[in-house]
Write a protein that binds this ligand. Sequence first.
Ligand SMILES: [Fe+2]
Length: 244
Amino acid sequence: MKVHVHFHQNSLRNFSYLLENSKGEAILIDPFSGDYWREFLNSKHLALVGLFFTHDHPDHYAGESVFSNEILRVAHPNARLPFPFKAVQNLDKIFIDFCDERSFLRINFTPGHVGTHLALEWWQDEVLVGFFSGDCLFNAGIGNTKNGGDVAVLFKTVQRLSTILSKETILYPGHDYIQRNLEFNLHYSDRHKLMLQFLLEMKEQYEKSGYQFMTMDNEFKMNPYLNNNDQENFFDLRRLRDQW
Ligand SMILES: [Fe+2]
């Protein structure tokens, strides 16, 4: 399976993702820019067989209307989406026909940013190789809780993710906030030496080749919310980042 990424040049710095299998089929995750992806699918002669939505904020489901109503859409049962979709539960395997015998895609219920947030796990040869985190987890940060979220719930979710995501898992977040998060972390977290190093490296990499998707190994070093069992500190960081 291949991952194609589109970085949208909008103020929210959205990412969307397209998964391609060896049969010429594709799945879209939080499409956002339907026209871009329709062009992409046509140019590569790929058949779209499914759409997955991490949550019901408009910057994640926008763009879906350019695709046929017959294509399966998947989301949380209580997601408030303006189109019909198939409801899925935690740990459900989805798009089974799209996957081959060595891979699967599995739902991970990750509430906090909103109460109905889902992430998507990509397993290959029994390894969690990719985690499409939507707005629950970003590089060097986490999602906000200002639009229907709950920071105490997010704390529990991030604690759980800290234990299940392995070092080699690549994080595919819903937005590119790494620079702002690192700059914030430099001021407010005691992991700042490593973060400074990362920030400097990232700035160089941005100039050369744009966004770099990184493994959780790096995240565990620079994300002050992961492996953070101090609820008060977690809440403080989230609150201060809102004002940053
Ligand atoms: Fe969101």
